[in-house]
Design a protein around this ligand. Structure first.
Ligand SMILES: [Zn+2]
Length: 158
């Protein structure tokens, strides 16, 4: 169950997504939090330069593999403005990170982008559990998801 700390970290993810938008990038943001509640790492999308693998959840997985023990990774939580794409879910699974809490789902994003007339991406959106069968996942959270929706509307100019 999500608690006040979960919602605080999710709000930070939405702020990071807004920062990405202000920087001309796609609005996605994520935060890695240790078992004791310490924020370890945060990032937003950096795909505007042309490398479409520069997602924050992928950066988190790499940072965690380099800096945390397997036990610390398993006990950590990844918060994110939008549910992991299959690439990031796979990275999350391979490095053995723990719980995932997202503000908006991949299903919501797909519906929003379709409504906005955005062409389908080259990688299919899948629920995290289809990529990581044992994942512990919470989301979406309607109020925060609506804020993420607004950021995507602004990114796509409507
Ligand atoms: Zn991704």
């Amino acid at each position: 169950m999500a608690n006040d700390a979960d919602l605080r970290h999710l709000r930070r993810c939405v702020e990071l997504a807004a920062e990405a938008l202000e920087a001309g990038d796609e609005p996605f943001g994520s935060v890695l939090v240790a078992a004791d509640g310490a924020v370890l790492f945060e990032d937003h999308n950096h795909v505007a330069g042309g490398d479409h693998t520069r997602h924050p959840e992928f950066e988190i997985a790499r940072w965690a593999a380099a800096h945390l023990t397997p036990e610390e990774r398993a006990a950590a939580t990844v918060y994110t403005s939008g549910e992991h794409c299959p690439m990031c879910a796979a990275a999350h699974g391979w490095v053995g990170l723990g719980r995932i809490v997202y503000a908006s789902s991949s299903g919501q994003l797909t519906a929003w982008l379709t409504d906005l007339g955005v062409p389908a991406p080259p990688v299919r959106a899948l629920p995290i559990q289809e990529v990581i069968p044992g994942a512990v996942v919470e989301g979406p959270f309607p109020v925060l998801a609506e804020r993420v929706h607004e950021l995507h509307r602004r990114f796509h100019g409507s």
